[in-house]
Design a protein around this ligand. Sequence first.
Ligand code: CUS
Length: 147
Amino acid sequence: MADFDAVLKFWGPVEADYDNIGNMVLTRLFAEHPDTQKLFPKFAGIGQGDMAGNAAISAHGATVLKKLGEVLKAKGNHASIVKPLANSHATKHKIAINNFKLITEIIVKVMQEKAGLDAAGQTALRNVMGVFIADMDANYKELGFSG
Ligand code: CUS
């Protein structure tokens, strides 16, 4: 099975609850990698205990997962999705590439727990994200951002 489909098979529960699952992804990212919380100024002062109920964290978590859903459904034809994302993350947010690798591992874990993502699906998601991140990196280099 193609990597995209091996992940999309488990996308239903994520799609049904973007806000809550997105919140879990960012809350866990910030817990496991505290430096990532500082990348987005609007999240800077929020304590771990207040994250689950924080609407801004849910909203951005949902945004991240919706983008991932678009990438999965594009099945490789994601150049038009990656370009604006690379632009905003390189020039506006200044998010180094390594952060996307960190969030990948968190999404793998959260999807395992909340959507039952199996071993094949976990490998497939890592593969999809590997290609996506390499494409982000190529765009970063074109923009002259060393992220
Ligand atoms: O927003 C977005 O979209 C991104 C994602 C991808 C590209 C995958 N992000 Cu946001 C990222 C990050 C965050 O949020 C935080 C931290 C780190 C990273």
